[in-house]
Design a protein around this ligand. Structure first.
Ligand code: C5P
Length: 214
């Protein structure tokens, strides 16, 4: 059997990497893992049990118990859970436990698209293709704001922008596995692109890279 294909998609919060990754997985017949959900699951478990988020040992125990086959995406999508996830994700033992599970997922045939912050740099440094998807903080905040309004919710643009900037800083400045493009990542700045244009640009990069593999 041929070696699993791995496509790494990294980028900051609200960059559109999740939507893009799901479409890429369908397009190339691969499985998809949103690694953010694994950090969210740790945070959610602690919050549900009324435990503090700043206890490394408790967070590591919660990480060991995370089951990748049973994510409750609806419960994990809450805004507060995302913020809490970026707090527990700074603990190196939490990262080690989750990275091991993420690698196991990636190694199953036929391969997978993994999206997150450190896929190309730490989780799958030998990925067949690495994409780093980004957009300016203002564009990302605008997209998230419109999405919340579209779903009938209420949102304050300035608060969303401040939140995105705070999360970027936490993810980029942490000591262990900070968010940054791998040296061999293809940069995809979607500030001026539609979702469709971003998808087509990503496919062109992947076709080119996989063409060289076969
Ligand atoms: O992508 P998402 O917003 O769901 O991620 C939630 C948080 O989990 C991020 O802000 C980041 O701190 C953390 N994360 C991470 N490494 C990943 C994926 C997510 O540290 N590979």
């Amino acid at each position: 059997m041929s070696k699993p294909i791995v496509i790494a998609v990294d980028g900051p919060a609200a960059s559109g990497k999740g939507t893009l990754s799901r479409r890429l997985a369908t397009q190339y017949g691969l499985r998809h893992l949103d690694t953010g959900l694994s950090y969210r699951a740790v945070a959610q478990a602690l919050m549900a049990a009324g435990r503090p988020l700043d206890d490394e040992a408790l967070a590591t125990e919660a990480a060991r118990a995370v089951d990748f086959s049973a994510f409750d995406a609806a419960a994990l999508s809450a805004h507060a859970v995302g913020d809490a996830a970026s707090r527990v994700s700074v603990f190196p033992p939490v990262r080690r436990v989750l990275v091991e599970k993420q690698r196991a997922f990636a190694s199953q045939p036929p391969g997978a698209v993994l999206d997150g912050r450190d896929i190309g740099t730490v989780v799958c440094p030998h990925a067949d293709v690495k994409l780093y998807v980004t957009a300016s903080p203002a564009v990302r905040a605008g997209r998230r704001h419109r999405e919340i309004l579209r779903l009938g919710g209420q949102a304050d643009y300035a608060a969303i922008l401040a939140d995105i900037e705070r999360r970027d800083a936490r993810d980029m400045e942490r000591a262990d596995s900070p968010l940054r493009p791998a040296a061999d990542a293809h940069l995809l700045d979607t500030s001026q692109m539609s979702i469709e244009a971003a998808f087509l640009a990503a496919c062109a990069i992947i076709d080119d890279a996989l063409g060289g593999r076969n």
